[in-house]
Design a protein around this ligand. Structure first.
Ligand code: IMP
Ligand code: MG
Length: 187
């Protein structure tokens, strides 16, 4: 789905497909370089469901061998804000011991989900653990989340597309756009 097809449901486009593609290629080159001497394939851990598009694009953009795993977590909280209390819905299948782990995220907002996740995965004795996030919102700067690879810093607005949803919709939008208030019951 393209932004042009749902023009009246978006107020602006935050990231075009060209911006997304070229930034992912840049980050992939950094990752190739940083893990050039890794002993085992890098284990990319995607956080469902939002990270699916980033995973698919990033994994194909790198030249190094990688393995995939996915984790689904739910953070208790009201509406669009997360509370930091996290529950594992689907755990990883692969043992992290001795592995180079790269957590792949769609967006870093309060950072609460990711700080919890890093702590949880560190307790499984990986060799290393780093974070790649496609987007970061201003609030994320308040909390110390060590994301090594950051796609874009975006404005503090509710965005959809490239994996990000509103009520499970718009994940398949190619671009990232700001959702128009009338869609979620605003004026
Ligand atoms: P936090 O960093 O713990 O606040 O939560 C980050 C998660 O909230 C992301 O992985 C998304 O699933 C969701 N999220 C945060 N901001 C947005 C947004 O603008 N649109 C859609 N989902 C968002
Ligand atoms: Mg997420």
């Amino acid at each position: 789905m393209d932004a042009a097809q749902i023009e009246n449901e978006l107020t602006s486009i935050v990231l075009t497909t060209e911006q997304i593609d070229s930034r992912i290629r840049e980050i992939a080159a950094e990752i190739d370089n940083d893990y050039a001497n890794a002993e085992k394939p890098v284990l990319m851990v995607g956080v469902l469901k939002g990270a699916v598009m980033v995973m698919a694009d990033l994994a194909r953009a790198v030249s190094i061998p990688v393995e995939f795993d996915f984790m689904a977590v739910s953070s208790y909280g009201s509406g669009t804000k997360s509370s930091g209390v996290v529950r594992i819905i689907k755990d990883l299948d692969i043992d992290l011991a001795g592995r180079d782990v790269l957590i792949v995220e769609d967006i870093l907002d309060s950072g609460l989900t990711l700080s919890w996740l890093i702590k949880n995965l560190k307790s499984r004795n990986p060799k290393s653990i780093e974070v790649m996030t496609m987007m970061r919102k201003p609030d994320a700067i308040k909390i110390e989340v060590p994301a090594k690879y950051i796609g874009f810093d975006i404005p503090n607005e509710f965005v959809v597309g490239f994996g990000l949803d509103y009520a499970e919709k718009y994940r398949n939008l190619r671009e990232v756009g700001v959702l128009a208030p009338h869609v979620y019951g605003g004026e």
